[in-house]
Structure formats: C-alpha cells, structure tokens
Design a protein around this ligand. Structure first.
Ligand SMILES: [Zn+2]
Ligand SMILES: [Zn+2]
Length: 256
C-alpha cells in the first residue's frame, strides 16, 4: 500500500507540473491557442513559478525562439546540433541564458515577448529563482523526516522536478525520432510514446505545422491528453479556444 502511495504521488506530481506547462505556459500563454479566463490567468501567473520552478516569461521566450529557429543553429535545444543525451543539459543552459538576457533587457529576447502583458516573475527579478526549488525540497524533507516516509518524500520531490525530463523527451525525440504528417522546414517528428506520456507534446511535427492549434493530434491514434484537459476546462468556463485561429490546413501534408 505504501509503495502504491509513493508511485501515486510520483505520477500525480509529474502530471501536475506537466499540465501547468503544456496547457497554461505552452498552449495558452506562448501560442494563444486558448485564452484563459482573467481569474485563471492571474492564478497561473501567481502560482506557476512556485509550482513548477519554471519562470513563465522565460519559458515562453525560450520556446518562441525554438519555433523561430527550429532546428537551425539558434534553436535553444535542437538534437540536430547536440547529441540526444545532452539535450537535457542544453535546454537547462538555454533557459538560464534566456532568464539572464531578459533580465538584462537584451533586445533579441525582449522583442520576442513584448506582447505579453506581465513581467518576469518577482522572484527572478530579485535573483531568488531558487526559492521554489528550496520550498519543494523542504516539503519533501518534512514528509521524509516528520512522517518517516522517505520514499514518499523522494517521489514527491522527483515528480515536482520532472520538467527537465519531460522537456528532454519532447525536445530530443520529438525532433529526431518518429514519423512526419507534414513537410515542415524543420526536423520535427511525431513520437507516439512521448506523445502519450507527455500529454500530446510528443506530436511535434503536427505542432510545428501550425503552432496555434490547441489540438496537437491529427490522426485518430494520436491521443493528446493536454487537449482533452483544455476541453474540460472550456466546459467549466475557465478558458476558451481562440476564435481567431482557423482550423488546421493540410496543405503541407506529406500524404497530399
Ligand atoms: Zn519543437
Ligand atoms: Zn510550441
């Protein structure tokens, strides 16, 4: 029973952080495929950095640069230019550089996010980016020591810090291994195992063909759990799909 609870907390925290990134940071704030209700947007900007340890504006800036320069030398994390095992390190360094450049108001970075109506999170502005990580470490330690549940505490900590692994799976394998539905100018691929495990994010080829689509799935077998969550949140009135986004065109389809 205890082991099941440990596995449960690992899976829950893995998907909680992933849900924040894929639905809120990625589909809503980066690409505006969905529009969050004002209250939810405020809540996400308040809690996102604390929960995921990832500063929203920096993540958005890095990800937009990924789309702008996909698989070209300026791509922040392309397996075309780095070995797959190193992508986890490369993306971390790129994220660090992005936070630094935004902090220094470097025009190559600030211009990419000038449309955003919120600043870099106050913790990062104050140089205190590590506080959310310390918080989760403290919670894990309390769980381990106070409740004598070391493995449970470790699983909590691993799940809350799983974003680098999620990002590595998507950025490395979603741009190198898998099949292509569309003849995009980059090396993006649809990777089924990563697509299923990482809430649709593994369908990078579909996503790069039209990044404003909230749905990353094209074929019936491509299950996009992130899109399903968007639909549920829409039915609850917490977000809406961007009415200015037209349905996906298949003009670059390889099958056409
Ligand atoms: Zn990509
Ligand atoms: Zn994207």
């Amino acid at each position: 029973m205890y082991l099941l609870a440990c596995l449960g907390v690992l899976i829950f925290t893995f998907y909680l952080t992933l849900f924040y990134i894929t639905v809120f940071y990625h589909r809503a704030l980066t690409h505006r495929a969905i529009i969050l209700s004002p209250g939810l947007k405020k809540f996400v900007l308040l809690t996102g950095n604390w929960l995921t340890g990832i500063e929203p504006k920096s993540w958005i800036c890095m990800h937009r640069r990924h789309h702008l320069f996909a698989d070209k030398p300026l791509d922040p994390h392309s397996p075309k230019h780095h070995p797959i095992p190193l992508i986890i390190w490369v993306q971390l360094k790129s994220y660090e550089k992005t936070t630094l450049m935004l902090g220094q108001n470097h025009r190559d970075y600030t211009r990419i996010v000038r449309d955003l109506d919120f600043p870099v999170h106050y913790l990062n502005r104050a140089g205190l980016w590590f506080i959310p990580h310390l918080l989760h470490l403290a919670i894990a330690t309390v769980i381990a020591v106070k409740f004598n549940a070391t493995l449970f505490g470790i699983c909590y900590w691993l799940g809350m810090n799983s974003h680098p692994v999620q990002g590595w799976l998507v950025n490395a394998f979603g741009h190198s291994k898998g099949y292509r539905n569309f003849n995009t100018p980059d090396s993006s691929t649809n990777n089924l195992p990563v697509g299923y495990l990482v809430m649709g994010e593994g369908f990078q080829n579909n996503h790069h063909q039209d990044s404003r689509q909230a749905n990353f799935s094209v074929k019936w077998w491509e299950f996009d759990a992130g899109f399903l969550i968007c639909k549920i949140l829409e039915s609850m009135g917490l977000l809406k799909f961007n009415p200015r986004v037209k349905s996906r065109t298949n003009r670059t389809s390889l099958a056409a």
